[in-house]
Design a protein around this ligand. Structure first.
Ligand SMILES: [Zn+2]
Length: 322
């Protein structure tokens, strides 16, 4: 009989809840089930809560409420409904911040909301819990020799910060440099099509901190799972839905031995690749474009030599060896 997993955790991406009739994606091709997404989340919570042995935590990969809420003044109520559904879990939830969080809230509001999952206490040993400033990135260790790093792909972004702030100006300058389109959400004609407003990037400060965490993990023979809203590998995404400077994050990962997997959301169709350095990149299918009779969530079981994803609905099962 196979040994019990060292840790198991739930994963869900792009819930994009709104109390709205069904709509379409920005190309008008895909149906978005705004209201049903909350029902699908509740079904996921019920399934996770029944798992034995119990999960260690759940990872919510970002875009938990849709940007349409902002236009209707419904953001706080929608967020409360999503958080209430997640509060039925007896385990902590780690939240990545996506573009839709930032359509609804500024960073200061997010930092004081239930979506701020960065631990309040500094870790007893090792690198600082997160980079300095208002970046929602941190690391945690749910079991010996296993570490998770949550990255903030909107650390550089024109979303969620005051337009007069230096970080906003710097981000807008970088975006305009790569994207001359009048509509900054349009990738038309771009050499690097990920330079659109609905994506963002990693600041050098965050990358330096990330490097420090991975160095610590290398030295302590840890396995590391990295996660964030935006995919960072072109083979696990389309060309548009990547973090602006995904190559910088990849090169930090590839300069260390410890990273085994990168988990992302944002691309509702999902994606997967095993990269040239043996790192698995898994982009999870989003709930929002999942028909009400199906679902899109999963549980990942971590063993000494592999991660086993048990997917539900649109998410397939997968074994990722390392
Ligand atoms: Zn997104």
């Amino acid at each position: 009989m196979e040994a019990a997993p060292r840790v198991s955790f739930g994963v869900v991406a792009d819930i994009q809840y709104a109390d709205e009739e069904d709509g379409c994606d920005f190309l008008g091709r895909r149906r978005r089930y705004y209201r049903h997404s909350l029902r699908l989340l509740r079904a996921a919570v019920e399934a996770w809560a029944a798992e034995q042995p119990p999960l260690a935590f759940v990872l919510q990969l970002g875009d938990c409420i849709d940007g349409v809420n902002a236009r209707r003044g419904a953001a706080e109520g929608a967020l409360e409904r999503v958080l209430a559904a997640l509060r039925r879990l007896p385990v902590p939830v780690h939240h990545a911040w996506g573009n839709h969080e930032l359509y609804n809230f500024c960073r200061n509001r997010l930092a004081s909301s239930g979506l701020n999952s960065r631990p309040a206490a500094a870790p007893a040993a090792g690198p600082p819990a997160g980079p300095p400033g208002d970046c929602h990135a941190y690391h945690f260790s749910p079991a010996p020799r296993l570490r998770f790093v949550l990255l903030d792909g909107y650390d550089l972004s024109v979303l969620g910060r005051d337009p007069v702030s230096p970080r906003h100006r710097e981000s807008l300058r970088r975006l305009r440099e790569k994207n001359p389109n009048e509509n900054l959400n349009s990738p038309a004609g771009l050499k690097e099509p990920q330079f659109v407003e609905f994506n963002g990037g990693f600041s050098q400060t965050q990358l330096d901190w990330f490097d420090e965490v991975l160095k610590f993990s290398d030295e302590n023979q840890e396995k590391v799972v990295v996660t964030g809203h935006l995919p960072i590998h072109p083979d696990a995404s389309d060309k548009v839905c990547l973090a602006w400077n995904y190559e910088d994050a990849l090169s930090v990962i590839h300069s260390h031995q410890c990273v085994v997997c990168f988990l992302a959301g944002h691309l509702h169709d999902g994606g997967y690749c095993l990269d040239s350095h043996g790192v698995h990149h898994l982009t999870l299918e989003g709930i929002i474009e999942t028909p009400p009779e199906s679902n899109a969530f999963g549980t990942i079981y971590v063993y000494d030599d592999k991660m086993v994803l048990k997917g539900r609905g649109r998410i397939s099962d997968r074994v990722m060896y390392f």
